[in-house]
Design a protein around this ligand. Structure first.
Ligand SMILES: Cc1cc2nc3c(=O)[nH]c(=O)nc-3n(C[C@H](O)[C@H](O)[C@H](O)COP(=O)(O)O)c2cc1C
Length: 183
């Protein structure tokens, strides 16, 4: 499979087989995140693997935010999660000076890590879904995430129980999102 085929084939998975994912596999996925590029090479991330039953139950609860909304109604069937938490970034002085913020690149960095992790999972025969919404206070309470260290994404990881044929991609047309030499 070439890279464009992989881009077409990767898709968010929302139904998983009742089959565990090994720690070796989970660590390979994290390694793909760890090797990702980041602004000033700040690597402003921490990856928390959640694979034990008690921790998974807590993660399931944290995926329901205050008010009851969740992006993951199928959370109880997920074999493992990886939380991607933003860390304070050490950036070049000029970056901090210009933007007045050390965290300017951090969310983009975490997005890059997340994408590499999704493709490494795919290479291992696993499927993923990025989950953008979780309850920060619960993550701090349940997993000891330090206050103010935002959980930016949670990856659901497991063996897909969905149809084998990839869905057609729903994307904005190229001409809407791309231009040459001007807006
Ligand atoms: C930052 C982010 C947050 C997301 N949050 C959720 C979510 O809470 N629940 C969900 O089912 N999918 C979530 N997704 C998956 C998107 O819905 C999905 O990537 C998009 O619809 C494109 O579909 P595809 O991944 O199958 O190509 C999220 C994706 C990203 C990048």
């Amino acid at each position: 499979m070439d890279f464009m085929q992989a881009l077409q084939a990767r898709e968010s998975c929302r139904a998983y087989q009742d089959k565990p994912v090994s720690r070796e596999q989970l660590l390979k996925i994290v390694e793909a995140g760890r090797l990702s590029p980041s602004g000033c090479n700040a690597q402003p991330w921490k990856f928390i693997i959640i694979d034990e039953p008690e921790a998974k139950a807590k993660m399931s609860d944290a995926l329901v935010v205050e008010g009851g909304a969740t992006g993951c109604p199928w959370r109880d069937s997920v074999p493992a999660f990886i939380a991607l938490v933003e860390q304070p970034a050490k950036v070049m002085p000029a970056v901090k000076e210009y933007y007045g913020d050390t965290q300017r690149f951090a969310q983009g960095d975490i997005g890059m890590a997340a994408m590499n992790m999704c493709y490494e999972a795919m290479d291992l025969g696993l499927s993923t879904c990025v989950l953008g919404m979780c309850d920060q206070a619960k993550m701090e309470q349940y997993f000891g995430v330090p206050e103010g260290h935002e959980v930016r994404m949670v990856l659901a990881v497991g063996y897909s129980a969905e149809d084998k044929e990839p869905r057609a991609k729903v994307r904005k047309p190229l001409e809407e999102v791309c231009s040459f030499n001007k807006w």
